[in-house]
Design a protein around this ligand. Structure first.
Ligand code: SF4
Length: 457
């Protein structure tokens, strides 16, 4: 029992977090920045932070992640990192020739109080930013927020490039939130099927799920281009998927360039996908093609074919707020019972949304924002579940409590597939159901007495 010291009795804690269900802000900023074509993320802090953030992303995506660092030493830690960042900007544009450098801060540079905008402006004045190239930035102090906040801040930073010419270009901005490269591909596929021209940003498809070609490219083929980001200011509207990950950027575009926005849930599961497809249809004034209707029908068919295996099964879910909200809605829609729900990111709206989604259920749901894995484990000890859903860190709880475990979210360190197979939209819903069903049936095959051991579904 790896977690044998976790007691069943729950004691109120106000200051201590044990096994957080989140990680640090710059990881999100770095992931978002990789979704711009020709972008080199830059970590303004010490080398250790940058090494950790790169390795965290590499372990999840199983791809090399390039990023630069201001490499703070004692001097920069005391007097500030302006000289380091100016030197870094010059070196990076000279040596690696990116289209854009995306700077995020770290705990150290935030504590010193480095003013990134002022340093960026100084670099421009000194001619360190070549013509046609860009430096974007965001603040990511890790002692507040989480990787989700960092992602959101960097996406908002991207919208600072956008300008409005006063002439709409007929495109729709879609901000997908923190989803897998495979999910981004799926969103683009659906938009293409609907004949809706979209600008997806960030877009890590083709960046973190590229092929092994045998050739080295400093900057992979994928990613939203700088031109597209600039022109996002002329779009007819923005669909922001996820309040926590995407809404700030969409609202910034609305304020700055008068691009109206709608904030939706990330389209995991049937209902959230319906809302996304409907919003896309409405904003672009188009209709839903037969192929998408068919995919929806397949998901409905699978739900009805296998519903008896989900019915009244209890689940515990942890992860990022936008993802967890959609997953809870999906589970409730197939008559499962999500009873313990945790996000490591803070946000009262999260608790409110979960309560709304589960209000009609005939039992009390445990829900916590800013929560941790320790509390989740204690809840499970007090009321066991049939399924645990979340990132790799849940495997300790799953093993100790002998619970079927669906790896889903960030990070997944010990499995592959998430980069290539989407879990968004109708096709993604099929994949989620297939995985959940497989877990339940494997458990049934393991535990059923011989007299009821079934060959068929
Ligand atoms: S928490 Fe702060 S110091 Fe630690 S890796 Fe993240 S940014 Fe660096």
């Amino acid at each position: 029992m790896l977690l044998r010291h976790t007691p069943k009795e729950i004691t109120e804690r106000s200051a201590l977090v044990i096994n957080p269900a989140k990680t640090c802000q710059p990881i999100g900023a770095m992931y978002a920045a990789l979704g711009i074509h020709g972008c080199l993320p830059h970590s303004h802090g010490s080398q250790g932070c940058c090494a950790y953030h790169r390795s965290a992303l590499t372990k999840h995506y199983k791809e090399p992640v390039s990023a630069a660092t201001s490499s703070f030493t004692e001097g920069a830690s005391v007097f500030g990192g302006q000289a380091n960042l100016l030197q870094a900007i010059e070196n990076i544009f000279t040596v690696y020739e990116p289209e854009v450098i995306a700077v995020h801060t770290t705990c150290l540079s935030e504590t010193i109080g480095d003013d990134i905008k002022q340093i960026r402006d100084k670099a421009e004045k000194q001619g360190l930013i070549p013509k046609g190239k860009h430096v974007i930035y965001c603040n990511t102090p890790s002692y507040v927020g989480s990787h989700v906040t960092g992602f959101s801040n960097m996406v908002k930073g991207m919208t600072e490039l956008s300008t409005a010419t006063g002439k709409k270009n007929g495109k729709v901005n879609v901000i997908p939130g923190w989803v897998e490269p495979s999910d981004m591909e799926e969103i683009k596929r659906l938009a293409a099927l609907m004949n809706v021209p979209i600008t997806l940003f960030p877009d890590t498809s083709g960046v973190l799920n590229g092929p092994l070609s045998g050739e080295y490219h400093m900057f992979p083929e994928g990613g939203v281009t700088i031109k597209e980001l600039i022109e996002a200011g002329d779009a007819v509207g923005t669909l922001a998927l996820g309040e926590w990950c995407s809404a700030d950027a969409a609202r910034n575009l609305d304020t700055k360039c008068k691009v109206p926005c709608k904030v939706l849930d990330i389209p995991f599961g049937l209902a959230a996908t319906d809302r996304f497809i409907d919003a896309l249809r409405t904003i672009a004034g188009t209709s839903v093609p037969e192929e998408i209707t068919r995919e929806r029908g397949q998901l409905v068919d699978m739900i009805s074919d296998t519903h008896q295996y989900y019915y009244k099964k209890k689940a515990a879910i942890y992860g990022d707020p936008d993802q967890v909200i959609s997953m809870v809605e999906f589970l409730v829609s197939i008559d499962m019972c999500p009873i313990h729900i945790v996000t490591g990111t803070k946000g009262k709206k999260f608790v409110k949304r979960i309560k709304e989604l589960t209000a009609h259920l005939p039992y009390e749901v445990n829900v916590k924002d800013g929560g941790d894995m320790f509390l989740l484990h204690q809840w499970i000890k007090n009321e066991p579940v049939d399924l645990l859903i979340g990132n790799t860190y849940g495997k300790y709880i799953a093993r100790d409590e002998d619970i079927p475990f669906l790896r889903w979210g960030f990070p997944i360190l010990d499995r592959v597939g998430h980069q290539y197979f989407p879990t968004v939209a109708y096709k993604g819903g099929l994949r989620l159901l297939e995985k959940i069903l497989g877990l339940f049936l494997d458990r049934k095959d393991r535990d059923d007495p011989e007299t009821v051991f079934e060959l068929t579904l």
